[in-house]
Design a binder for this molecule. Structure first.
Ligand code: CA
Length: 227
C-alpha cells in the first residue's frame, strides 16, 4: 500500500483528497501546517508527499528544502500560485512535480502514481533498458533509437536530452535542469537551445511534430515524456 502524506491547510480539500485516495487504496496521513509536515515526513516515512505551497506557518518551499536534507521521497506540489517562477522555485528546491489548483482528481492521481513509481525505482535506467512507444523504441544501453524498423540518428546532445526525459516518464523536467545537465551551468538561461533541440527530436520521433504526443512542452516550465 502506498503511503501518502497530504500537507494542506484547506480542510475541505484535505477531506476530498482523503476520500479519493483511500478509495484507491492509498494509505493517507495528513498535516495542516509545515511543522507537522516535517515531523510526519521524518517519523512516518511516507512513499510520496503531496504538498501545498501556501501553508500557515512555514513556506512550502522551505518545507521541501528541509525534507530534502534527509530524504529523497517524491514530492508533488499543489500550487495555487500562477506564476511559473514559484513552481520553478519549488522544482529547484527538490519537488518532483506540481499540479496547479484547481485540479481534477484524475490529474492529481495520475501525477501521484507517476511520482510514487519514481520513488520505487532508484535507478530507472538500470532496470528498464528499452523504452517502447507506439511510434519508436529507445534502447538506453545500446543508445539506439528505432522508428518504423529504421535506426534514427541522433546527435549526442539530442540523445542526452531524450535520455533524461525518457528515464523520467510522466514527470516534468524543468528547463533549468535540462540545460544544466546537458549544456552545463553557464547555459542555464538559454531556453532557446531547448526549443531548437526539442523541435529536432520531435521531427525525428513524433508522427506529427507540431502536435507532439510523447515529448510534451509545459510552457515556461519544462518538458515531459509521456510513454
Ligand atoms: Ca494553503
Amino acid at each position: 500500500m502506498i503511503k501518502v502524506l497530504v500537507v494542506e491547510d484547506d480542510v475541505q480539500l484535505v477531506r476530498a483528497l482523503r476520500i479519493n485516495l483511500e478509495a484507491r487504496k492509498f494509505e493517507v496521513e495528513t498535516a495542516s501546517d509545515g511543522k507537522a509536515a516535517l515531523r510526519l515526513a521524518f517519523a512516518r516515512k511516507p512513499d510520496v508527499i503531496v504538498l501545498d505551497l501556501g501553508l500557515p506557518d512555514i513556506d512550502g518551499i522551505d518545507v521541501i528544502k528541509e525534507v530534502r536534507k534527509t530524504s529523497g521521497v517524491p514530492i508533488l506540489v499543489l500550487s495555487a500560485r500562477h506564476t511559473s517562477e514559484e513552481k520553478i522555485r519549488a522544482l529547484d528546491a527538490g519537488a518532483d512535480d506540481y499540479v496547479t489548483k484547481p485540479f481534477s482528481m484524475d490529474e492529481l492521481l495520475a501525477r501521484l502514481r507517476a511520482a510514487a513509481r519514481r520513488g520505487e525505482a532508484p535507478a530507472p535506467s538500470a532496470e528498464v533498458s528499452v523504452v517502447t512507444t507506439d511510434d519508436f523504441s529507445v534502447d538506453l544501453i545500446a543508445k539506439k533509437v528505432r522508428r518504423e524498423d529504421r535506426t534514427v540518428r541522433l546527435t549526442p546532445t539530442e540523445w542526452h536530452l531524450l535520455e533524461i526525459l525518457i528515464t523520467n516518464p510522466g514527470r516534468l523536467v524543468s528547463q533549468r535542469k535540462l540545460l544544466l545537465d546537458v549544456w552545463g551551468p553557464t547555459y542555464s538561461e538559454h531556453t532557446n537551445y531547448l526549443r531548437v533541440y526539442m523541435a529536432q527530436l520531435r521531427r525525428k520521433l513524433e508522427a506529427d511534430p507540431s502536435h507532439p504526443r510523447y515529448l510534451i512542452t509545459e510552457p515556461g516550465m519544462g518538458y515531459r515524456f509521456e510513454g
